[in-house]
Design a protein around this ligand. Structure first.
Ligand code: FAD
Length: 467
């Protein structure tokens, strides 16, 4: 007799989708059980957003110590102990966060089951605790948040020297040379991190531009810095095969109609991610996916099974942590009985932590025009911002896309230092339908990078003080 335990609301996966959904559903009165097969915190905290930012920061610290000569400061004996860098990343950055999430789950009375879950039907799950032991659970409602994993290319099987982003984040040595296949945001961020740590990097990109999600004038700034800092970008390049021995790997690729070869210590393959939906019993539970394995959901995150929701990287849209957490809150509301909760992605930012950082929210000029808006575009250079100059980081700009008639902010792009933080004010403005005048009349502290947003708004109004 294998009697199934009965659960009210189960959440599968503890990434920024799952843990946020679990906490919010518990706050809304649900009895919540979270099931996680790996580490609490998912990709984002363990092998994604957070550790990548830590390595990027370490690279920046190293570079500023080497190259700050324009401020008159130079440390001629800068060294890196990369094992210490990695230990810092793991113990002082990742661990406090994953431990913290575990505590937050406990504080909110979320029960945690460590194991791998799959559906037996639309009201029953089986969880394997290890290879042999498992248990069956009945549930009323479920939120699936199983996330995604790197895509493996047939002719580039992951191993010792052909690595995915997880492998790249856990290297114990700084490579002399690295080839990055795929110039999306993960590839470019990791290329930048290692280049700053001293690695000679080549990015092979299949399209005619890296970072396809961002506009050309933003990407150009990143490319210029790559050129200055040990990174070669080869566009329209088709990576074909790899041969490896103990010391290195040789990649054959095609570019400019010719076959070429490159040697490196490591090849990082970052050509996209695939949803973890193939072996969790979706078919058996009758949950519909599209041709690429993404789960079909409505604006509350509800699947075709009324009691089952899906959020994060396993549903269509950009694979970003804040998207997962946003969808988590909406699904938690809906599963707790709210009829009104619904997603609206208009003010969802996208950020790339390259040098300089790139960020966008709402519409680009092109998108706004395609939607039929009459737009005004106002671009304020950070070279006109005192704070940026005093930080010795005056490269980049703020761009506002406003509707001509109403002056409402339809979207904005930031390229420059701390773009990842600056985009927040612009997101608030887009979300709340604020106008260029609202922004211009908001007193911004001086000197601050944020002032450049006020300057861009004054430019949009035709009354710029600083340009
Ligand atoms: P995940 O974080 O993938 O979590 C899913 C969890 O489910 C995992 O812990 C997994 O073990 C568990 N799981 C899967 N199947 C089962 C099962 N059957 N049973 C039990 N548990 C299961 N996004 C940003 O917004 N900003 C960034 O700067 C950023 N940087 C990134 C850098 C890198 C190198 C990478 C790889 C990703 C980055 N991302 C970033 C993307 C971000 O990590 C993801 O979008 C985010 O983690 C998705 O959250 P999720 O909750 O959907 O899934």
């Amino acid at each position: 007799g294998d009697f199934a335990e009965e659960l009210e609301t189960v959440v599968i996966g503890s990434g920024p989708g799952g843990y946020v959904a679990a906490i919010r559903a518990a706050q809304l009165g649900q009895s919540v059980t979270l099931i996680e097969r790996g580490n609490i915190g998912g990709v984002c905290l363990n092998v994604g957003c957070i550790p990548s930012k830590a390595l990027i920061h370490a690279g920046e610290e190293y570079q500023s110590s080497l190259n700050a000569s324009s401020t008159g400061i130079q440390n001629k004996e800068t060294t890196i102990d990369f094992k210490k860098t990695q230990a810092w990343k793991n113990k002082k950055v990742v661990q406090p966060l994953t431990k913290g999430v575990e505590q937050l789950l406990k504080k909110n009375n979320v029960s945690i089951i460590k194991g791998e879950a799959y559906f037996v039907n639309s009201q029953t799950l089986h969880v394997m605790f290890d290879e042999e032991k498992g248990q069956t659970y009945k549930f009323e409602k479920a939120i699936i948040a199983t996330g995604s994993r790197p895509i493996e290319l047939k002719s580039f099987k992951f191993g010792e020297r052909i690595i995915d982003s997880t492998g790249a984040l856990s290297l114990t040595e700084i490579p002399k040379k690295m080839i990055v296949i795929g110039g999306g945001y993960i590839g470019t961020e990791l290329a930048g991190a290692y280049a700053k740590l001293g690695t000679e990097v080549t990015i092979l990109e299949g399209m005619d531009q890296i970072l396809m999600g961002f506009e050309k004038d933003m990407v150009k700034l990143v490319e210029q810095n790559f050129k200055r800092k040990n990174v070669t970008v080869v566009t329209n390049a088709m990576a074909k095969s790899a041969e490896q021995n103990e010391q290195q790997v040789t990649v054959t690729y095609e570019a400019d109609g010719a076959e070429k070869q490159l040697e490196a210590d490591y090849v990082l393959v970052s050509v996209g991610r695939r949803p973890n939906t193939d072996d969790i019993g979706l078919d058996i539970a009758g949950i519909e996916t599209d041709g690429k394995g993404f789960i079909q959901v409505d604006e509350q995150g509800r699947t075709n099974k009324k009691n089952i929701f899906a959020i994060g990287d396993i549903v269509p849209g950009l694979a970003l942590a804040h998207k997962a957490s946003y969808e988590a809150k909406v699904a938690a509301e809906a599963i707790s009985g709210s009829k009104g909760a619904a997603v609206d992605y208009l003010a969802m930012p996208a950020v790339c932590f390259t040098d300089p950082e790139l960020a966008t929210v709402g519409f680009t000029e092109k998108e706004a025009k395609e939607k039929g808006f009459e737009v005004k575009t106002s671009k304020f250079p950070l070279a006109g911002n005192g704070r940026a100059l005093s930080l010795n980081k005056a490269e980049g700009f703020i761009r506002l896309v406003t509707e001509k008639e109403s002056q409402a902010l339809l979207g904005a792009q930031v390229a420059g230092v701390n773009a990842s933080d600056l985009i927040a004010e612009l997101g608030l403005a887009v979300e709340n339908g604020l106008t260029a005048e609202d922004i211009a009349l908001t007193i911004h502290s001086h000197p601050s990078l944020g002032e450049s947003i006020m300057d861009a708004a004054e430019l949009a109004l035709g009354q710029p003080i600083h340009i």
